[in-house]
Structures are given as structure tokens and as C-alpha cells.
Design a protein around this ligand. Structure first.
Ligand code: WT7
Length: 656
């Protein structure tokens, strides 16, 4: 019972291309092994060295204090995150380099140099101070993808306020609850955002809910769409009116290493959202290091990460990571399918983007839209691709490599979590050979392992639980205001061993590569075999007609559980308007396909076609919801719940 059976068969392997390795930070397996061996033997010493890449106002004394399950890194030191992301570049040749190139959905483009970014961040930081925001206060950020959103995070960091970014697609209720839970005193927001060509109200839509946040004293509203916006006298002010007159000089607060940098509520497919708390020095250290190494960042890169700032990826790899490394980061405001499904490819072509980082859910949607779309554009500026958010099924990986990467770009499949703050498992692209569907090896200094429920390492290819055996710098420090939940969620399963439990099922292959099998909550038990749903889904998606699949179990007298697969089919297959009989035939074909691909044990008992799968706002399939539907049996002929989530909404979960 304790093991999870792994059934995915995948043996393709891709060596890094010589041209890529030649100029990359770690260009060979030998160099990689040397680095990793030393780091794994003494992670504390390894991270001590990486922390020295930061700018310190006062050097730290102690590298690690670990009193299970509480951790402190780099204590005794003083620093500031905004100084590390912006100021350090002002005395170098990067001063006039583009920090941010932003494209609005209507097509307007802004380029912001590091010098200009510094001016804007300082003015905004002074504005916050002028409104009475102090070190230690929590500031909510509820914005779209505009440069001011990153500036808002940095301005908070500069004055030692803790930011709490709430995804701009969340409802007023969700916003209110997160502001209240974190006791926010100030909110930075905007009048409206562009959504597939139409300006839609942001502040106006949630305005009433702000009255239910008693701690909220100030609201600053950025003008973007000129939306009619209610403004409450004494609380709400226009951004430009407050910010423009401010001085562009702003003394950065000198902060302890463990000063709270931000709270971010996990989207969570289960339960009440948790306020994941990250602090300053450890977070910055690992984010800076992983950004440079995983994306093999070079001075001339233009880097595009499609994540919204409302997610951890938007914190670590849209804002802090690229800026700390002096990179040029490309930001895009709108929907991936506006005006058509080739918007990303068009922007890569026009802006000569060289690194592209997105999510499997988006890649599958692009596949579904058709190969002809990327073919319309010159994508030859790309040199590296990344994936994050869920297991990437090998078929999507292969499509990404061929149709976006032109067969030449390495793909970094990066495993991490809101809680881990930074990438934990990923290939180093110049050294580690990749295999479609695995995030490969832990980063140097990250002691990730797959263990059984007694905490013993699993044998090769034996399914088990993914744990981290040694603290890492960018680890969450607590669940805001709920230490009990922090302990229960992450440290109660392997108390004796003092391991952090990720909640994910995984296996390690004979090369030590980690294959994520999905959240353990999503494991299904069929005839005594515990199967990760991700593997069955991956097999389904490998069928040429299938775009996406979600597999859940319903109770079955005979087998314990029966597998139900929810399947969306490719647009071109859908457009041919299949008849009922054809769909029934396709069901049989798919069942047999899975039986052939991975064995009869995984053959779905039931297949249901749907236009869209229910997903969290960050694009994760909410299998729990589907599970409820198949167990209560209320779904016969009724797909209304599913249709509430349009297929496009899934992409960046930001269209409405
Ligand atoms: C969970 C964390 C990390 C930023 C976005 C998600 C799944 C994430 C991968 C990957 C397989 C992955 C895991 C993890 N996940 N990346 N490369 N391969 N699974 O952050 O919302 O905190 O979710 O996403 O299940 O535990 P998150």
C-alpha cells in the first residue's frame, strides 16, 4: 500500500548541444558532478558562498540555524531586496540597459532601463512612506501585468514593508479575505486591465469589498484603462498624483536577513489558502543563483516568463530573479490568444526573445490550437525553453522542443513550489541530458529524495514520496499567522527524520532523475495498485486526438476504484463535428490506447469528453472537484460546472 506504482514508460534522452554547452555556466557533466558533489556534502557551505553574491549592508555571522521545523539563514546580516534588484546595477555598465521591456495588450510598448526603474521605485517607495506605511506593515498589490506591479513589489521591499500580491483575476471576496488575513494597511491597484481587447474594471469591480477590510488605510490607483472608478475620499488616491511629485532619491531600509519580504497565498486546490511567508536573504540568495544557473542567463538575453505576478513564479522569476542578475525581462500584459493564439510567437519574433518560460497547461493549449501558428513566425532568437507548474507530459515536451525550440533549444523542466520559493529540481541546461517528462536532478545543495512512508529511500523506479532532507535558503518560514498549519502541512509526516514533505508523489529512475507523479492527494488505488494520475493522463495526451486529460477515481465494488478520464479533444478534431457514434468509438479507442501504452491496469473504465477542465487560477486541474462529481454521480448530462471554466481561461487564468 505504501508504494505508488509507476507505469510511465519513457526512454528518450537528449544530450545538451555542443554549441549551447560551450558558452554555458556549467558546460559538462564533469563540471556539474564536481559542483553538486561538493554542494550536497556540505549544503551550508555551498549556500554560504552563494549568499556572498548579494550586496550586504552588514555581513551575516551565521549561515544556518536549524531548530526543526524552524529555520533561519544568514543571521546577523543586513541587506535590502530592492538594493539588490536595482541599485547594484546603477554603478555598472548595466545602468542604461533595459531592465523591463513591456508590451501592453493593445500593442503599446515601454522600455524601462535600470536607471529609470530606480527612479520609479524610489518615487513609489517615498509615496508609501508619505502615506504612513512603515517597516513591517503589509501592503496588498492587486494589479494586472504592468511594470508598476514589479515596481510595487520593489518599493515595498525598499521601505521594509511586506508585500502581499493577490492575483488580479481573483474575486473581491478572495481579495478581501487575503487582505484581512494579512492585516494589510495599504493596497496598490489599478482602474482597469485589458482582457482580450476590452478594458475591464479592476478596482471598480471589487470596491465594495474594500469596505470590509478594517485595517486598510490607503489605496493607490494606477490609471491604465481610464475606467470609471469609484474613489473613496480620504482613503483612495490616484497613483500619478501621489507618485509624480516625489523625490527620486529614497534611502533604503537596512533590514535583517530574516525580515519578512512577502506573503503569498497559495492558490490551493484544497482547503483555505495558506499565507506562505518568505523572508529576505535566503530567498534572494537561492532565487539569484537558480535564475542564473537554470536559465543559463547571459548578458544579452531577453527573457520572457509568462507567469502572472500573482503567482510565486511572478515573484521569483519575473521580478527578483531576473533583476538581481541584471537581465532584461520581457513582460506582457494580456491574454495569450489576443488577437490570436500566436500572440506569444509574434512577440518572440518581434522582440527577439531568447529565453521563454511557461506552463504545461499553456503548451497543451498551444498544441491544441495547431502547429501552423508557431510556423508563421521566426522563433530563431530562442535559445532556451522552460516549463513549470505541473508534470509536463512527454508529448507536450516533444511538441515544445520541435515547434517552439526548433529542435535546438534545451528545455528546463523546473520543479518547485510556492513554499520552496525557488527552483529545486531542474537540469542545468549546458550539462544535464534531458528526458521528456522529468525535471531531472536536484540543484546543487538541494537534498531531494524519494522515500517510502517510513522515510527510507526508495529503490530506482519505485514510486514514493518526494521529500527535502536538508533546509534550503528560500524555504518558507511559516504559514502567516498559523504555525500549527505550517507544522502539520509540511513537517508532521517525517518528524523523526526531520524531512520537509512536498506533498508530491515521485520516483527516481536509475540515473537519479526525479519523475513527479502528481500530488499524493491525486493518487488513485486500482485493484491494490496505487497509480499517479499524471501518468495515465500523460498516456491519454499522447493520443493524437487528445488535447488534455484529467483522471480521477470513483469507488468500485470490485476493483476498489475505477478510473474516470475527462478528456478534451483537439480543436481540429472537434471542428470536424464528430457524431455521437464517432465519439463512442473514440472512447473505446482511447481505452485500448491506454491499455497498450501503459498496461491494462491503467485502462480507464469511463471516458467523458468535455470542452474544458476545471482548473485553479494558476492552471492546475482541480481533480478534487472532478472526484466529487464522479462519486456523487450528479454529473450525468450536466457539464455546466465545467463550462464555467473556459478553455482559454486556463492558460494564464487571467481572462474574464
Ligand atoms: C506544485 C506546486 C512552482 C511554481 C508554480 C507552481 C507541481 C510544479 C512542477 C514540475 C511536476 C510540478 C507540484 C508542486 N509542480 N512544477 N516541473 N513538474 N510538477 O507552484 O502552485 O505552489 O504548486 O506544482 O505538484 O508540488 P505551486
Amino acid at each position: 500500500m505504501s508504494e505508488i506504482s509507476s507505469i510511465l514508460k519513457e526512454s528518450r534522452k537528449f544530450e545538451p548541444k555542443k554549441e549551447f554547452s560551450k558558452s554555458s555556466h556549467i558546460g559538462s557533466m564533469a563540471a556539474y558532478n564536481k559542483l553538486r558533489k561538493a554542494a550536497d556534502k556540505n549544503p551550508t557551505a555551498f549556500w554560504n558562498k552563494q549568499a556572498k553574491e548579494l550586496q550586504w549592508q552588514k555581513p551575516f555571522k551565521k549561515t544556518l540555524e536549524w531548530k526543526f521545523p524552524f529555520v533561519k539563514w544568514f543571521t546577523g546580516g543586513k541587506l535590502n531586496a530592492a538594493v539588490n534588484a536595482v541599485d547594484i546595477h546603477l554603478t555598472t555598465g548595466r545602468r542604461n540597459k533595459a531592465a523591463i521591456i513591456w508590451e501592453g495588450e493593445p500593442g503599446d510598448v515601454r522600455t524601462i532601463t535600470y536607471q529609470q526603474l530606480s527612479i520609479e521605485v524610489n518615487k513609489l517607495a517615498n509615496s508609501l512612506r508619505s502615506m504612513g506605511v512603515k517597516k513591517g506593515d503589509v501592503v496588498g498589490i492587486y494589479m494586472g501585468m504592468v511594470p508598476e506591479a514589479s515596481m510595487a513589489m520593489l518599493a515595498c521591499a525598499r521601505i521594509g514593508a511586506t508585500h502581499n500580491v493577490i492575483f488580479g483575476g481573483f474575486s473581491g471576496e478572495a481579495l478581501r479575505d487575503r487582505l484581512n488575513d494579512s492585516k494589510a494597511v495599504c493596497l496598490l491597484t489599478q482602474d482597469g486591465v485589458y482582457r482580450r481587447g476590452v478594458p475591464s474594471s479592476l478596482k471598480g469591480a471589487i470596491d465594495e469589498k474594500l469596505d470590509e477590510v478594517p485595517t486598510l488605510k490607503n489605496v493607490l490607483v494606477l490609471k491604465r484603462t481610464n475606467q470609471e472608478t469609484p474613489m473613496l475620499e480620504g482613503r483612495d488616491q490616484w497613483w500619478h498624483e501621489v507618485v509624480n511629485p516625489q523625490s527620486s532619491e529614497c534611502k533604503a531600509e537596512v533590514l535583517d536577513s530574516e525580515h519578512p519580504l512577502f506573503i503569498l497565498y497559495t492558490s490551493g486546490s484544497t482547503g483555505k489558502p495558506k499565507g506562505i511567508l518568505h523572508t529576505t536573504a535566503g530567498y534572494l540568495t537561492q532565487v539569484k543563483y537558480s535564475m542564473r544557473m537554470v536559465f543559463d542567463l547571459q548578458e544579452s538575453d531577453i527573457y520572457f516568463c509568462t507567469a502572472d505576478i500573482g503567482w510565486i513564479t511572478g515573484h521569483s522569476y519575473v521580478t527578483y530573479g531576473p533583476l538581481m542578475n541584471g537581465a532584461t525581462v520581457f513582460l506582457y500584459e494580456g491574454a495569450p490568444n489576443f488577437p490570436a493564439f500566436d500572440r506569444f510567437w509574434d512577440m518572440i519574433d518581434r522582440h527577439k526573445i531568447s529565453i521563454f518560460y511557461t506552463a504545461p497547461t499553456a503548451i497543451r493549449a498551444f498544441m491544441r490550437a495547431g502547429d501552423h501558428l508557431p510556423k508563421k513566425h521566426n522563433l530563431s532568437s530562442l535559445r532556451l525553453l522552460g516549463s513549470v507548474g505541473e508534470p509536463i507530459n512527454p508529448e507536450a515536451w516533444m511538441w515544445y522542443q520541435k515547434h517552439i525550440g526548433g529542435g535546438k533549444c534545451p528545455i528546463v523542466d523546473t520543479w518547485w513550489q510556492t513554499e520552496t520559493g525557488a527552483i529545486m529540481v531542474s537540469p542545468m541546461p549546458g550539462a544535464v541530458p534531458t528526458k521528456p517528462g522529468t525535471a531531472t536532478l536536484p540543484l546543487p545543495g538541494i537534498l531531494a529524495d524519494v522515500v517510502n512512508k517510513d522515510g527510507k529511500s526508495c529503490k530506482a523506479n519505485e514510486g514514493g514520496l518526494l521529500v527535502i532532507k536538508h533546509p534550503w535558503p528560500s524555504m518558507l518560514r511559516n504559514v502567516f499567522g498559523n504555525t500549527e498549519r505550517y507544522i502539520n502541512a509540511y513537517f508532521s509526516d517525517f518528524k523523526k527524520q526531520k524531512y520537509y514533505f512536498t506533498g508530491d508523489g515521485a520516483r527516481k529512475d536509475k540515473d537519479g532523475y526525479i519523475w513527479i507523479m502528481g500530488r499524493v492527494d491525486d493518487v488513485v488505488n486500482v485493484s491494490g495498485h496505487r497509480l499517479g494520475t499524471a501518468e495515465v493522463e500523460s498516456a491519454l495526451v499522447a493520443h493524437p486526438k487528445v488535447a488534455e486529460a484529467a483522471v480521477v477515481a470513483r469507488p468500485d465494488d470490485l476493483k476498489g476504484s475505477a478510473l474516470v478520464a475527462f478528456v478534451t479533444i483537439n480543436i481540429k478534431d472537434l471542428l470536424s463535428n464528430p457524431t455521437h457514434l464517432e465519439l463512442e468509438a473514440l472512447k473505446t479507442e482511447l481505452k485500448n490506447w491506454v491499455a497498450k501504452e501503459i498496461g491494462p491496469i491503467a485502462k480507464p473504465d469511463d471516458i467523458r469528453f468535455t470542452d474544458a477542465l476545471p482548473k485553479t487560477r494558476s492552471g492546475k486541474i482541480m481533480r478534487r472537484l472532478l472526484r466529487e462529481m464522479v462519486t456523487t454521480g450528479k454529473t450525468t448530462g450536466d457539464t455546466s460546472t465545467l463550462e464555467d471554466f473556459s478553455a482559454l481561461e486556463k492558460l494564464r487564468a487571467d481572462e474574464e
